[in-house]
Write a protein that binds this ligand. Sequence first.
Ligand SMILES: Cc1cc2nc3c(=O)[nH]c(=O)nc-3n(C[C@H](O)[C@H](O)[C@H](O)COP(=O)(O)OP(=O)(O)OC[C@H]3O[C@@H](n4cnc5c(N)ncnc54)[C@H](O)[C@@H]3O)c2cc1C
Length: 219
Amino acid sequence: MKTKLELQKVKVLRQREISPGVFVLSFPRIWDFTAGQVIGLSARETDDSRLYSIASGELDDEVDILYNINPEGRLTPWMSRLNTADTLWVSKPFGSFFSTPGPGWWIASGTGIAPFSAMFRTGLAAGKKLLHGGRDLKSFYFEEDFLPALADKYVRCCSRQEGEGIYKGRLTQYLNECESLPSDEKYYLCGSAEMVVEVRDILIGRGIPFDNIISEIYF
Ligand SMILES: Cc1cc2nc3c(=O)[nH]c(=O)nc-3n(C[C@H](O)[C@H](O)[C@H](O)COP(=O)(O)OP(=O)(O)OC[C@H]3O[C@@H](n4cnc5c(N)ncnc54)[C@H](O)[C@@H]3O)c2cc1C
């Protein structure tokens, strides 16, 4: 998505390719934010920005952005070539995809895991179940953080490969097979429009009130 926003220049601290074509870009935190918010990023002050969820915690000194390269895209191929001390332009954080403390479900596809990483790193994971859908075994970004802390409350759903401790199938299939989906808990969905719409329909079909479904669509 393209957006015109007021931008500030920042210097890249680090860039890591954590999976083929998937990067974490870090720069110093220059504002406060609430876990779940997004920022605009662009190559030049006058360019349209693209939106990205913050993946780091509210009190971390550095801001992490998780993104995948869109080979035909305007920003991400350029962004993936940035090195330490290169500059990019960022907006102030905004958005209202916030999680309440206590029981609830965090449901993500692909890089839609980013806001849940921010919430996890901010200390909001108690009582949460985290579902992450991905195509292959390299799609479970930040699993090294989630797995030790969340154990069986962290479910990786892999549609194209099998692996130890991984549910084989799409996350929609996992949800359909769940015997109990509590109607008094909140369900937070983040990722592709396809996933968000499918999951929302499953939840509504299982009697979850519409007000308990909160979503952020990446487009
Ligand atoms: C709220 C929100 C949060 C998001 N958070 C994240 C995140 O944390 N991580 C993440 O990876 N992504 C996130 N996104 C998606 C992100 O904003 C970008 O859309 C994505 O990274 C692609 O950017 P790009 O500049 O590389 O591609 P773009 O240049 O936007 O191109 C995207 C696609 O559109 C096509 N296209 C571009 N211009 C045209 C045109 N004029 N006519 C026809 N087709 C065209 C391109 O061929 C390409 O296939 C988020 C989106 C939203 C709305």
